[in-house]
Design a protein. Structure first.
Length: 132
């Protein structure tokens, strides 16, 4: 599976730890490009977009081919043990749980949606810088 990366950045200023935000985005991008995830047919495009939504700084990550059930999406940020497709190899998946905790520590709101024909979308609303 190949993954094309696109950036669409608009300036937005947020009150957040640079290191936490960098780590969180890296973890989310790693998850979205992970080859062992179930995918729809087609060429994956991972888009990272920064914007401002009604005065609130936002980062949006989308990937077109990742397929998650409602149940999988509802527990995405829960630490869990995962099995590979053969059911033999176990691994503890805590990266997204830590990602969620890092973002919440910075007063960010995180949501995940599946959009028909558009794949998965992570939306991170960050705390605006006071006076902006």
């Amino acid at each position: 599976h190949s993954c094309e990366l696109r950036f669409d950045a608009q300036p937005c200023i947020a009150l957040a730890s640079r290191e936490d935000l960098r780590s969180a985005l890296l973890n989310l991008m790693t998850f979205l490009c992970s080859p062992e995830r179930k995918r729809a047919a087609g060429h994956g495009v991972l888009t990272l977009r920064s914007t401002t939504e009604e005065g609130v700084p936002a980062v949006i990550l989308t990937e077109q081919t990742l397929v998650l059930s409602e149940e999988e999406r509802s527990r995405l940020f829960d630490p869990r043990v995962e099995l590979d497709s053969s059911g033999r190899t176990m691994r503890l998946n805590i990266a997204l749980s830590l990602t969620y905790q890092m973002l919440r520590r910075n007063d960010a709101e995180v949501s995940t949606t599946m959009e028909p024909d558009h794949g998965i979308r992570f939306r991170i609303l960050l705390k605006p810088l006071p006076g902006r």
